[in-house]
Design a protein around this ligand. Sequence first.
Ligand code: NAP
Length: 339
Amino acid sequence: MSTTVFVSGATGFIAQHIVKLLLENNHKVVGSVRSAKKGEELTSSIKNAGLSADNFTFEVVEDIAAKGAFDEALKKHPQVTVFLHTASPFHFDVKDIKKDLIDPAVEGTTNALNAIKEYGSSVKKVVVTSSYATVSGFGELVTPGKTVDETSWNPITHEQALKDPMAGYIGSKKFAEKTVWDFIEQNKPQWQVSIINPVYVFGPQAFEVKDKSKLNTSNEIINSILKAGKDKDQPQQFAGYFIDVRDVAKAEIVAFEKEEAVDQRLILSEGPFTTDKILNILKKDFKQLELPTLDESKKINWDSTESIINNEKTKKILGFKFIDLEQSVDDTVAQILND
Ligand code: NAP
């Protein structure tokens, strides 16, 4: 059945895949973007990918943190039945952690929910893209080896979130997700909610890539290995869990289509990765590349930094197999090299 789906932050890495998949599934899409120029660019990317843009419109929401940010957009589209909230700052290049990360995440979520309450009378489903950052502690707040699942919460406090931009991002996601659950508790809305909690998201961009010098934050983990190889430099080393962006897009759709997903937190994780593991895939599958040799002393011992994820419940609800690390890395890099 065709529905009209509102996607906030439609120009984002994950959101573009959501928009693409929604259009491929014949849904109508209203995307919020920060400027008309960005909306027009997205519209031409959609057309260039061979999709019809007839089912896509955009509304400009310059700053999700501004009071009433989504009101006009929803007033104009009373036919919206599904609202997917993905817009939130995901970068660490900030001067003021509260103003640049926490406030837009939390206020943006509050503004979206208030607009739905006031003007989204047809809305039946709301899906909020939260993060695995809300599930597990990180850094000093992690208990390595401890199992976390859909009921777990990162213990990070407001004070701890102000420590550095990484902590600020993690806190921003936790406080934004808490905002959703509190809103539901207090307002008992007519719509139903699902929360998506992805780990690091890799995979190709949905549409053509104009600037490959800097990709979205999570894909820079892969891109930085390529850049380090070229520059005879060392990439920063990472360890964590990954999911492919195409699976995130699929999960967002399952989340509003399947009854079992209502009121659930869905932890999207295929499995662990380290910079070392990614490098080994690149060595095997892209023999032509000049690649860095990692500094052994900086290798991350994954077991001593990470929680263990049990997302069996999520996998059962979603009912599809996730793309593995090799495929995800290969497709990401092939696009960087070939587009
Ligand atoms: P992204 O490419 O940076 O997309 C973020 C989107 O939000 C962009 O469209 C951005 O617009 C918009 N946005 C940010 N701040 C805004 C503001 N103040 N006002 C209006 N729009 C604003 O990041 P992404 O990786 O796709 O992330 C999308 C969502 O997934 C975020 O909620 C993120 O926290 C979550 N997530 C991502 C990952 C991951 O590894 N990628 C993992 C877990 C959760 P502009 O680009 O125009 O600024």
